[in-house]
Design a protein around this ligand. Structure first.
Ligand code: HEC
Length: 267
């Protein structure tokens, strides 16, 4: 047994006298059955609440209590504040172009082609893309990249008689065969303004958005490899680890004849 100091015993006796109940001692556990709940009783008897209730609030406290808190309509706005803040901070960070993939880049750059080829690829001063036309000329995307990079004048100067599929429906396309005007070179070697990954971007946009290649159907393999957001070729061209002249890509920056459907260069 430990000895209970006299002042604690006295406090316990005082409380019992005041409230009739006690929670101080485990040995009195049977007592609450006959009395009101033990804990609140002593508190009710404590002097402090009486004192604070007795004192009226000063005018400025009463005014503050009466005043409404945050109005309900403002609550809705305030609840969205963290989201606005998040969006604002996101907006301050510059967006990386490579995050959006070749097609998104091609959509942005297609303005350079639209003046001659039409916003929807319907043609004009330049040849028609839509309705599968570009896919007929270029069953292989490599040949289209080579053509757009070099343009009409380089093909003509190099003496390459046709570009794209030599067995094209309606006849192979030859330099200056459309309306006698040249297709301006887009690649740096011939004074063009587009980088190689940008050329891939516009070519992907033309094939999949304008000419109508189905990225989930017949063209799925090409799409995955060259034009999807995960395209390693696009990323490689962007970070410089690949170029149109990398042998494994079979593109080339020198004008060269294309290959028929179902057959690859060198095959
Ligand atoms: C100044 C007008 C003009 C602009 C700008 C232009 N092109 Fe052309 N494009 C032509 C002409 C003209 C031809 C036909 C060339 C020929 O007959 O030698 C052509 C042909 C093509 C072809 C071959 C189509 C086929 O089926 O034979 C492709 C692909 C092409 N252009 C892509 C592009 C892309 C991509 C751009 C933008 C980066 C672009 N062109 C910008 C005028 C233009």
């Amino acid at each position: 047994m430990t000895e209970i100091p006299e002042h604690l015993l006295k406090r316990s006796r005082d409380r019992k006298a005041a409230g009739g109940g006690s929670s101080d001692s485990g040995s009195e556990a049977s007592v609450p059955a006959t009395t009101t709940p033990a804990v609140p009783a002593p508190r009710a008897a404590a002097p402090e609440p009486v004192v604070s209730q007795a004192k009226p609030d000063p005018a400025y406290v009463a005014a503050a209590k009466k005043r409404g808190k945050i109005p309900h309509w403002a609550m809705a706005t305030l609840a969205l504040l963290p989201i606005f803040l998040f969006m604002y901070v996101r907006g301050l960070q510059p967006q990386k172009a490579e995050a959006s993939g070749p097609i998104a880049m091609g959509i942005e750059l297609y303005g350079a082609c639209a003046s001659c080829h039409g916003a929807d690829g319907g043609g004009g001063a330049g040849r028609v893309f839509k309705g599968g036309e570009s896919l007929k000329t270029f069953p292989h995307i490599e040949d289209m990249l080579n053509w757009v990079y070099a343009g009409t004048e380089a093909f003509s100067a190099a003496g390459v008689p046709t570009y794209g599929d030599p067995d094209r429906e309606g006849g192979a396309h030859a330099p200056y065969s459309y309306n006698g005007s040249p297709m301006p070179a887009q690649g740096a070697k011939y004074g063009g303004a587009l980088t190689e990954y940008e050329i891939l971007g516009v070519v992907c946009h033309i094939r999949y958005d304008l000419a109508g290649a189905d990225p989930a159907g017949d063209w799925a393999e090409e799409y995955e490899k060259w034009c999807s957001e995960e395209s390693e070729i696009f990323l490689g061209l962007e970070d410089g680890s690949l170029t149109f002249d990398s042998p494994e890509l079979e593109i080339g920056t020198d004008p060269r004849p294309g290959s028929p459907a179902g057959e690859m260069m060198g095959a």
